[in-house]
Design a protein around this ligand. Sequence first.
Ligand SMILES: Nc1nc2c(ncn2[C@@H]2O[C@H](COP(=O)(O)O)[C@@H](O)[C@H]2O)c(=O)[nH]1
Ligand SMILES: [Mn+2]
Ligand SMILES: [Mn+2]
Length: 481
Amino acid sequence: MSKLKIAGKELRAIGYPEGPVISIAMNIIQKQYKHTAKEEVMELLKAVLASPANYLDDAVLALIAKQLMPEEKESEGELSLNQNGIQFNVFGSEHIEQSAMHQMYTAAKLPVAVAGALMPDAHHGYGLPIGGVLATENAVIPYGVGVDIGCRMCLSIYDIDPKELVQREAFFAREIGEATLFGSGAQFKQSEEHEVMDNELFFELPLLKNLHGRAWKQLGTSGSGNHFVEFGVVEIAEKDEVLGVEPGKYVGLLSHSGSRALGANIANHYTKIAISKRRLPQDAKNLAWLDLNEEEGMEYWLAMNLAGEYASACHHVIHNKIAKQLGRRPMKMVENHHNFAWKEKWEGREVIVHRKGATPAGKDVLGIIPGSMTATGFIVKGKGESASVNSASHGAGRLMSRSRAMQSITHNALKDELKKHGVKLMGGGLDEAPFAYKDIELVMQSQQSLVDVVGKFTPKIVKMDGPSIKPWQKSREVEGE
Ligand SMILES: Nc1nc2c(ncn2[C@@H]2O[C@H](COP(=O)(O)O)[C@@H](O)[C@H]2O)c(=O)[nH]1
Ligand SMILES: [Mn+2]
Ligand SMILES: [Mn+2]
C-alpha cells in the first residue's frame, strides 16, 4: 500500500504504483508539490491519466484532481456537452484501460453523437480512443478518424505451399526487403506509378496541391511504428462462400500501413479548423467536429477519402511488386481500413460511422484482425451486429506503452519468443515485441457476437521499421499507427 499526501490530506493508493510513469508522478507530487506550480502538477496528472501505463485507481485520481483543480468553469462561447450522453456498448471491458473508457464517455456526450461502441482492443488515443466507434449525424470528427487516415490491412493469398517459407526463407525475406521501404520520413528516389496520384482533388485543394510531391515519393512506403509487411501461413479450415478459398494451407502476404504524411497533414489541418469552429470543454477539445454541410466539412470528407485511396494504393504498390517477383497473381485479396469514417445506415438512420482502430464488420463484410508478430491473427466475416455499430476490433491492442515495453522486455526474451514460433524478424524493436500486445485469443472471445472466423494467418517472415524509441530516449507514443 502506498500513501500519497496532497494539500495536507492523505490519500491511499492500494496495490500500486507499479508502472514507472505512476511512480515518477507520485514521487514528484509527494516531494515537490509545495514548490511546484499547480498548473504543472495538473499537466502531470493529465499525462498520468492519458498514459497507457496508468495503474492508478480512478477514484484516487479523481480525488487528487479535485484537491488540485478548481471546478472547471465554462468559458464564454463554449459549447456544452450533453449531461448524460448516448449509451454505448463495451466489448471485453476486462481488457480495456480506464482512460480509454473515460474518453469514450466524453465522446458519448457530444451533441452530434448517435451511437457508439468500444472494441476489446481499445486503448488511449487523441480524442476518441483507439478501438472507439462513434456514429454521428451529419458531422465528421477528424480525430475520430485518426491521424493515420486509412490505416489498413491488406492480405494476398497465394496458391503456394507454405513449406516453401521455410525451405526458401532467404528468397522470401529478400523479396520483402526489396519491395518495401520503412521509416517515418521514408520516400523513394524514383516515384512509383499509380492512378491515385492523378486524382483531380490533388490539384483543386491548395492543401493537397502542396502535399502532392511528397505523397508521390512516399507512395508504396510503409512508415514506422507497428506498420509491417510479412509473409506467413494462411489456414482455411472450411470453405466460406464469401471468402471463396478452398480449405488448405497457403502462403499469405500481409501488410499494415496508412496514408503516410498525406493523411497526417490532412488530419492535423482539419482538426485545427474544427477546434477553432467548435469551442468544446478541454477534455473534449480533440473531438471537435466539422459539419458536413459546411465547406470545411465537405473538403475534409473529400480529402479523407482521397487519403483512404492513397493508403490503399500504397499497399497495392507493395503487393504488386512482390506478385511480380513471385511470378504469379494472388488467388484472393482481403483488405480493410481501420481508421476511417463511412456514410452508413444504422438502425434505419443515415449516420457517419467513425472507426478509429476498428474493423468494419457489417453483415458478410470480410476483414483482417492480426495478433502480433508471433501470434496467429484472423480473417473474419462480419455478423452485422448493431450493438457494435457493425464493427469489431482491429487487432489485439497494446497491453503496455512503448516506454514500458522498452523497460520491461529483454532482447533475449524476444529472441526466444521468435525462435519458439519460427519467426524471422527484420527490423523491429522491443516496443513491438509480442509481449507488448494483449492476448488476441482473449480479444477474439470477447467479440464472438461480432464476427465469424473464416481463416487464420500466422506470421513467419516479418519486416518492420527499426525500434521506435531507443532505451535512452524519452517515451514516444505513436498515435493511430
Ligand atoms: N501480424 C502482426 N500483427 C501485429 C504486429 N504488430 C502489431 N500487430 C497487431 O496489429 C494491430 C494494429 O494496431 P494499430 O492500432 O497500430 O493499427 C495491433 O493491435 C496488433 O494486434 C506484427 O508485427 N505482426
Ligand atoms: Mn497506421
Ligand atoms: Mn493501423
